[in-house]
Design a protein around this ligand. Structure first.
Ligand code: NAD
Length: 481
């Protein structure tokens, strides 16, 4: 870790991307970007204000007058160009995610790649979707909803930008993107990359700033037709409420408290590592993280020592090292939040199977926490109900298959879930009873054409390819008498 603690020049970002060009910020407030591995300031970013946001919205509105009438082939060609432009910077995008956010490279690279691939997945979905259907004297067309505001979280910046932009572009929308202010360096690399796609001016506009300033302006501005948001439940609620005044369409990708059901026929040599990968992906700072591990009571004594042993093999530390599985939390605030939940778990009487409070030994400088596994957790405990957004796993014992399904569904969230077991028919039967937007069987996996999004408090609407594109479309029916 010493190598990355040395003195370096501080980068500065003072511009936004509006109408096809990098323009000086009207907003004057400056924010430090702090590297999570050692707490050093690595960049200063000038934050946009309402005026920057209104300029970006105006540019998107002008561009929509033309782009909103684009053909399928024009959109497909832009999506291919976006893919090519972003592909050229995969290494830089990965490096920025590792440095600015502390994302471990073993997770950061695939997440960047999956973002970049979203452009091609959306192109395929666009080619497959008939934009016009006619019968009798009726013609129905799928029309872009208008200018879209895209607001993203910090934990997988490249993926969120690409996913939302790809869906909007496929649908014929122009956009104003407000990335998380904690992802300013990553966003700069991404926007420089996308600039090389030579988009029509005003199709993509990017204003970095605070949610309460830039995000709030996007939410209330009458020239924005839709908000696609990834972030916390509280902010999602405010966007839905405040957006109602201008009848905004909203897609909300919110939090999770995902269950992993380990069935009693699971092979533990495979199931335990799979459960830990699900729990600790992206250092636990993942909306989909499988943070509730439901295990059969009959096998609990066998499972606990295996988890303890598997935890000892997990590498924590430098996110740039390919061997590292768990890096730092993104910020001091996030560090404190995770620590407070670890404390809460101890107070609630859960058994600390691994980890606990404080920094791991030798990693005192940055925002590292000890990956923690609690056993003897009841599903009604705070640590089993609230999203912690850090590497904290709750092991909850169940009696029967029905009991496991009941516990899995006993959550305000419903974003992601996993089932681990040998009898595939049985695993599918269990999966089909989980109230969540995605269920993976026997380990984490992805499909760029499959929808992403949540039941209940995990959100409204879906993203990815065709499902994501639909969220940016309206239908218009023309009927001849
Ligand atoms: P956050 O809600 O604090 O911020 C998300 C974005 O909203 C940021 O860009 C922020 O600046 C902006 N924002 C803040 N206040 C706003 C306001 N009043 N109006 C408009 N925009 C505003 O969330 P976060 O801490 O960045 O991200 C963590 C959360 O995101 C977790 O709850 C996590 O589960 C969720 N998340 C969900 C998914 C998903 O796909 N469902 C993916 C990743 C993260």
């Amino acid at each position: 870790m010493k190598a990355i603690a040395k003195k370096e020049a501080i980068k500065t970002i003072t511009t936004h991307y509006i109408d096809g060009a990098f323009v000086e910020s009207h907003g004057r407030e400056v924010m430090d970007i702090v590297r999570p591995t050692d707490g050093q300031v690595i960049a200063r970013v000038t934050l946009g204000d309402e005026e920057d946001t209104r300029r970006a919205i105006a540019a998107a509105k002008r561009a929509f007058a033309t782009y909103g009438r684009s053909t399928k082939e024009e959109r497909a060609s832009i999506l291919r160009r976006l893919h090519e432009a972003a592909s050229a910077r995969i290494d830089d995008l990965t490096a920025a995610m590792v440095e600015e956010y502390g994302g471990v490279v073993q997770f950061a690279r695939p997440i960047v790649e999956s973002g970049v691939n979203a452009f091609l997945a959306s192109e395929k979905a666009l080619q497959d979707l008939p934009l016009t259907r006619s019968w009798g004297n009726t013609t129905v067309t799928l029309e872009p909803v208008g200018v879209a505001g895209l607001i993203t979280a910090w934990n997988a910046n490249a993926l969120f930008i690409c996913l939302k932009l790809a869906s909007a572009v496929a649908a014929g929308c122009t956009v104003v993107l407000k990335p998380s202010e904690l992802s300013s360096l990553q966003t700069r690399v991404m926007v420089e990359a996308l600039h090389e796609a030579h988009l029509p001016k005003g199709l993509l506009n990017v204003v970095t700033g605070l949610g309460t300033v830039v995000g709030a302006e996007l939410t209330r501005n009458p020239d924005v037709a839709k908000i696609s948001f990834t972030g916390s439940v509280g902010v999602g609620e405010s966007i839905m409420r405040d957006g109602a005044a201008t009848m905004k369409r909203v897609t909300l990708e919110l939090g999770g408290k995902s269950p992993t059901i380990l069935l009693d026929d699971a092979v533990l040599d495979k199931a335990i590592p799979a459960a830990l990968v699900l729990a600790f992906m992206n250092s636990g700072q993942a909306c989909a993280a499988g943070t509730r591990l439901l295990v059969p009571k009959s096998r609990l004594d066998e499972i606990k020592p295996r988890i303890r042993e598997a935890m000892r093999a997990i590498t924590i530390g430098d996110p740039a090292d390919p061997k590292t599985a768990i890096g730092p939390m993104v910020s001091q605030k996030q560090y404190e939040r995770v620590e407070s939940y670890i404390r809460k778990g101890i107070e609630e009487g859960a058994e600390v199977l691994a980890g606990g409070e404080g920094h791991p030994e030798g990693l005192e400088a940055g925002y590292f926490v000890k990956p923690t596994v609690f056993a003897n957790v009841r599903n009604d405990m705070t640590i089993a109900q609230e999203e912690i957004f850090g590497p904290v796993l709750c092991v909850i014992a169940y009696d029967t298959e029905e009991d496991a399904i009941r516990i899995a569904n006993d959550s305000k969230y419903g974003l992601h879930a996993a089932v681990l077991g040998t009898d595939i028919q049985r695993a599918r039967r269990v999966a089909s009873q989980i109230r969540s937007g995605r269920v993976v069987i026997n380990g984490m996996t992805d499909d760029p054409q499959a929808p992403w999004g949540g039941f209940k408090y995990s959100g409204v609407g879906r993203e990815y390819a065709g499902y994501g594109m639909e969220a940016f479309l309206e239908t218009r029916a023309i009927l001849e008498a």
